[in-house]
Design a protein around this ligand. Structure first.
Ligand code: HEC
Ligand code: HEC
Length: 186
């Protein structure tokens, strides 16, 4: 009996192949479409925008899973935040932490946040959005000359240098303009 069901499962797996995973994802996608928005939940917290938007644009919490934010948003980590001091007052840190956790990728029904949650599930949480597999894949064809070698971009971390509606949580490729490379998509 046990053997038979194992064989049955194996056969079903072989018949459907990896396509079954895709089909399931599409089905779920279709089921939740009315609940789901396309992009990333925009930032609606002024303190977060002010404190976390002064050196780079205020990344939407939906761009990382909670395990990543956990590593970033504590006193020790903020004292050496990618080589910068981004320390906050205790009360401000608590407010920002709560806002971010309540809107992290796993809490969001926005489509891209879901993709980020899926891409980081079950792996060591990345410290950077630019290290998330899904985000890396979306940018891997862009040559370095358009990013690091581009004086108006400098690093992939500056999302809003190219994504003209990043502050609204919109990253659609139709809204991309790469500074100094008007014909990047030719
Ligand atoms: C004093 C300047 C400064 C402040 C304030 C600051 N950051 Fe940063 N942050 C940086 C620098 C510098 C980097 C690295 C950029 C690079 O690699 O080009 C960075 C990177 C990041 C990244 C990773 C981006 C990537 O590459 O994917 C996240 C996430 C982040 N910051 C979140 C925050 C949050 C949340 C706050 C507010 C608590 C904050 N930052 C405040 C300077 C700052
Ligand atoms: C150098 C310019 C540049 C920077 C900086 C940049 N991107 Fe992009 N991004 C692009 C381009 C170009 C594409 C479209 C790639 C393609 O379709 O081949 C893209 C695609 C995307 C997509 C997929 C869009 C779609 O329609 O499927 C997402 C999501 C995204 N970027 C998020 C980010 C985030 C988040 C950051 C910052 C952490 C960032 N990008 C930084 C240029 C950039």
């Amino acid at each position: 009996m046990q053997m038979k069901s194992k064989i049955a499962a194996l056969l079903i797996g072989l018949l459907l192949g990896s396509g079954s995973v895709v089909a399931e994802e599409n089905l779920l996608e279709a089921m939740f479409t009315p609940l789901r928005q396309k992009e990333v939940n925009p930032v609606n917290n002024k303190l977060y925008k002010d404190e976390c938007g002064s050196c780079h644009f205020a990344y939407q919490p939906g761009l990382l899973p909670p395990q990543s934010w956990e590593k970033l948003l504590n006193e020790k980590a903020l004292a050496d935040h990618f080589g910068e001091n981004a320390e906050l007052e205790k009360a401000d840190l608590a407010t920002i932490y709560d806002f971010v956790m309540a809107n992290a990728a796993d809490k969001s029904y926005y489509k891209r946040a879901r993709k980020i949650a899926n891409a980081t599930e079950g792996i060591e949480a990345p410290l950077r959005i630019t290290e998330v597999r899904y985000i890396k894949r979306k940018h891997h064809e862009i040559p370095d000359s358009m990013i690091k070698g581009n004086k108006d971009v400098k690093s992939l971390s500056y999302c809003d240098a190219c994504h003209t509606q990043a502050d609204k949580g919109v990253f659609d490729e139709d809204t991309v303009k790469i500074p100094n490379f008007p014909d990047w998509d030719d």
